[in-house]
Design a protein around this ligand. Structure first.
Ligand code: GCU
Length: 339
């Protein structure tokens, strides 16, 4: 709530100005700058079938992104069998490839559509491999997580052309590295009404500055033989001196307000820094309250290890029911463990 030059943010207009500074800071220091939306995104159908076990109709498509560059990314869309014609709230998931249908039945039962996209079609998770997206936009300094986040936004560009998707109720989620990208996408693109990173840790919902033993630190994650390529090279300059960064990950969370956010984690997943997730949620609350959205800054912890489990999905879908469909679940205090 202070501008880069030290002035205090007091009015709503000043908060909007400060948000622009946050958007620039996270791109400059952490992820690199994303290109703007392309002129056009369209789809070529690949397959359609019913999956009776999941009670879903599955469509697979290839998105073609930008009329000149024609980047390609595969997506799969699941719609509950027998759903009424009206548009449905839709969950979009970051995945490295398609076909992770284990959660489809659960999502269908709750009356959501589900879209999975193959983010590695845009940028493989390998610094030595060719990256179609980065090659197409050589003037942008975006790192791999930024490419994947941009991919989630391009899915929305395409969904805007369909009439079975409720565009006012889009949810973006992902696990671990996919959770990092989901949080970035949700912070930068306000078409996502609910942002739900799971187990996203360092470079996601976890703090860079608050780190306990066993946590993945900025120094560890940005090593050249680890995941340096996920981030802008500038981030590594702050290894071991995170306190000098002019930001931490609560900036991303604050950017989600007044939309809804739920960051899910497992208590046994020390590597992903559950304590650092709690601290950034607490720090971001001021932004949610400023926007009159104090109950939309959710956090959920379950017992266990690093994974994306039914308990995580239930928390996210309950939170979605509450904030996107007005169905308040019992026991909402489980979402505010940062308090
Ligand atoms: C590694 C990495 C984490 C990441 C995880 C994953 O453990 O260190 O930052 O979240 O992979 O994506 O599964």
């Amino acid at each position: 709530m202070k501008f880069n030059d030290g002035r205090t943010v007091s009015t709503a207009a000043e908060w909007q100005e400060r948000r622009s500074e946050l958007v620039e800071l996270v791109q400059h220091y952490v992820y690199g700058h994303l290109p703007p939306a392309p002129d056009k995104v369209w789809a070529k159908a690949l397959s359609v079938r019913n999956l009776p076990d999941c009670q879903a109709n599955e469509e697979t498509l290839t998105l073609v992104i930008d009329s000149k560059k024609q980047l390609r990314m595969r997506i799969a869309i699941y719609r509950p069998l027998g759903a009424r014609a009206s548009p449905l709230p839709t969950v979009i998931r970051e995945e490295h490839a398609l076909g992770h249908t284990e959660e489809v039945a659960r999502i269908m039962k709750r009356g959501f559509m589900f879209v999975e996209f193959a983010r590695e079609d845009l940028a493989p998770d390998d610094p030595k491999a060719e990256s179609p997206a980065q090659n197409s936009y050589p003037q942008y300094d975006w790192a791999t997580l930024a490419v994947w986040a941009w991919g989630a936004m391009r899915v929305v560009d395409y969904l805007e052309s369909r009439d079975d998707v409720d565009l006012s109720r889009l949810i973006v989620t992902g696990h671990s590295r996919g959770g990092k990208a989901a949080l970035l996408a949700g912070a930068l693109d306000d078409r996502f009404a609910l942002v739900a990173p799971n187990g996203s840790g360092c470079g996601g919902a976890g703090s860079f500055m608050v780190k306990e033993d066993g946590v993945e630190t900025l120094e560890l994650i940005t090593r050249p033989n680890r995941f340096g390529y996920w981030f802008h090279p500038r981030l590594r300059d702050f290894a071991g001196r995170e306190g000098e960064l002019p930001l931490d990950q609560h900036f991303l969370k604050a950017l989600v307000a007044p939309r809804a956010l739920i960051c899910t984690d497992a208590l046994g997943d020390k590597w992903a820094n559950p304590r650092g997730n709690r601290v950034t949620s607490r720090a971001a609350q001021i932004a949610f309250e400023r926007e009159g959205a104090g109950s939309k800054n959710g956090l959920h912890f379950r017992e266990g290890e690093h994974d994306f489990l039914p308990a995580d999905w239930d928390a996210i879908l309950d939170f979605a029911d509450w904030h996107l469909r007005g169905r308040r679940p019992r026991n909402v205090s489980r979402f505010f463990l940062w308090r």
